[in-house]
Design a protein around this ligand. Structure first.
Ligand code: ADP
Ligand code: MG
Length: 545
């Protein structure tokens, strides 16, 4: 027979636990939110598995989460009849941290006590938060469909053990041996209050004795008017495994050829995996309240991958495979409805709250702009939302704002592309434009170069790089300081100089020309009309193309 095995926590977990266990974190009641969130996830996972293997749940079909406080023993237990964990699952999950970004999180923690408290609040530590209140945690668990049960146990001090055990039926029981100063969590009113505060949105009943403490219905199906901002926030945190506040909440119930409900959030902080090459969506798909998948490729476009939350439709079939789902025309209908809705909401925000929108834009603007390349049909709608910094605007400007400030006779929207707005601002290419008071947009995201190859104009005005060809400023009324025209008498000398320069530079350059665009610098590099922009050339070289 198998016996007790002892393991050492992964280094990161060890460091994390040291911080968590010693922490005087004032908000430590959140451990309950974390454990309930895990229990709810476990129920979702099993309900999903039961779609194809109904026998997994026939003996105990009603999902629930049960709290029990033992005042004498000083223990608080949380039981669920979700999917449970086998030996491998335990090894993989409770002892390691799979989440990306934990390393960065820990590095920040080194910077002192105050930062530490703040960050625990922001990031949360999931299961490990149990060690804020418990001197020992026992996890008794049995995976649905399997015979063996396991006891995982740890004092949170570097080691944990796993041994065979007995459990009635599937699911997981987390037993917390509460620290002396955490006995408050044995009191029913306290527990009730904490569950109401953080976990009311959980769709499975949470019981304490005979009472069900929460509403136990899917939050996204409740009328928006009945939902408080706090409930939205806690639902967001649970469903996104996030710890910031939602920046935008979009909740609708749509009746139509395809009916669906959506409860979507834009985070206020940038998720760690935003620029991962997989560009994964994180919106969860439910069919008639049953969790289907978090990785539905066809549900949201990749350029909206910063969204979190759920979409639920009764009109999709429960029994289709993920592959079939992706090509389901009903899903495509939901996708296009949602995409338009989100863009509309973003536009409203951009117009109503310039400052708040700047935060969104610095987090997610570069991602949204991918849509300019990928979503031809909605290009104009996306362009309306785009914001740019420029030589003129304080803060960010829209393209419409730029058009309003254009000079008489100006036919193009001028931009300069590069990685660093600071550096761009001092570029010699801008001198002529500044002298004339012509605004130039800074395009500082690599993606700008790509959409510019697809989109040539906005409301009839073409985009033109100031580093490109003979940007002709002559026809444009001057708004700035008077121009210094090169005197005619210099002309022959310049021609001679150009010849000398061309000879000296050989085929390193295509041409050497005199230009009016410089007022202070003697020389600048430009790309020829029709050639690749200097910045694009650099980006492509970096990516090895
Ligand atoms: P997260 O929930 O963000 O994945 P946690 O630290 O809260 O991170 O949990 C780690 C993992 O442990 C979960 O992803 C899950 O696989 C497993 N787990 C925790 N609690 C349970 C539970 N009650 N039932 C089944 N699995 C669980
Ligand atoms: Mg969790």
């Amino acid at each position: 027979a198998a016996t007790k095995e002892t393991y050492v926590f992964q280094t990161e977990v060890g460091r994390l636990l040291e911080i968590v266990t010693d922490s005087l974190y004032s908000n430590r009641e959140v451990f309950l939110r974390e454990l309930i969130s895990n229990a709810s996830d476990a129920c979702d996972k099993l309900r999903h598995s039961a779609l194809t293997a109904p026998s997994l749940v026939t003996d105990d079909p009603e999902f629930r989460i049960v709290l029990e406080a033992d005042a004498e023993g000083g223990t608080l237990t949380l039981s669920d009849n979700g999917i449970g964990m086998n030996h491998d699952d335990l090894m993989e999950t409770l002892g390691t941290i799979a989440k990306s970004g934990v390393g960065a999180f820990l590095d920040k923690l080194e910077d002192g006590e105050k930062a530490r408290m703040n960050l625990i609040g922001q990031f949360g530590v999931g299961f490990y938060s149990a060690f804020m209140v418990a001197s020992r945690v026992d996890v008794l668990t049995r995976k649905a469909g399997e015979e063996e049960s396991w006891l995982w146990s740890s004092e949170g001090k570097g080691e944990y053990s796993i041994e065979p055990a007995e459990r009635d039926g599937r699911g997981t029981t987390v037993k917390l041996h509460l620290k002396e100063d955490a006995r408050e969590f044995l009191e029913s009113p306290r527990l009730r209050h904490v569950v109401k505060t953080y976990s009311d949105h959980i769709a499975f009943p949470i019981r304490l004795g005979d009472d069900t403490l929460n509403d136990a219905s899917a939050l996204w199906l409740r009328p928006a008017k009945d939902i408080t901002p706090e409930q939205y926030k806690e639902f967001y945190r649970h469903t996104a495994h996030a710890f910031d506040d939602p920046w935008l909440t979009v909740h609708n119930q749509v009746e139509g050829i395809v009916s669906y409900a959506n409860l979507l959030f834009v985070p206020s902080m940038r998720p760690f995996d935003l620029f991962d090459p997989e560009r994964k969506s994180h919106v969860k798909l439910f069919v008639n309240r049953v969790f289907i998948t978090e990785e539905t490729d066809g549900l949201m476009p990749a350029y909206l991958r910063f969204l979190r939350g759920v979409v639920d439709s009764q009109d999709l079939s429960l029994n289709v495979s993920r592959e079939m789902l992706q090509t389901d025309p009903k899903l495509a209908k939901i996708r296009s409805g949602l995409t338009k809705r989100i863009l509309t909401e973003l536009k409203k925000k951009a117009e109503a709250d310039t400052e708040g929108f700047a935060t969104f834009w610095s987090n997610f603007g570069a991602v949204l702009k991918e849509g300019l390349v990928e979503d031809t049909g909605l290009r104009d709608k996306i362009l309306e939302i785009c914001r740019f910094s420029s030589t003129n605007a304080h803060g960010l400007t829209s393209l419409a704002g730029y058009l309003e400030r254009m000079k008489d006779g100006q036919e193009a929207i001028y931009y300069i592309a590069g990685t660093d707005a600071e550096k761009l601002a001092h570029s010699p290419h801008l001198e002529g434009f500044k002298a004339k008071g012509i605004e130039v947009l800074y395009f500082t995201d690599p993606v700008d170069e790509f959409w510019l190859r697809h989109i040539t104009d906005f409301e009839g005005k073409t985009f033109k790089s100031v580093t490109h060809g003979a940007a002709d400023l002559d026809g444009i009324a001057s708004g700035g300081e008077a121009e210094t025209e090169p005197s005619k008498t210099d002309a022959p000398d310049i021609a001679a100089l150009l010849v000398i320069m061309k000879t000296a530079l050989g085929d390193k350059v295509k041409d050497v020309r005199a230009s009016k665009r410089l007022t202070e610098s003697p020389v600048c590099l430009i790309a020829d009309e029709g050639d690749m922009d200097v910045n694009l050339e650099r980006i492509l070289r970096q990516t090895g193309q």
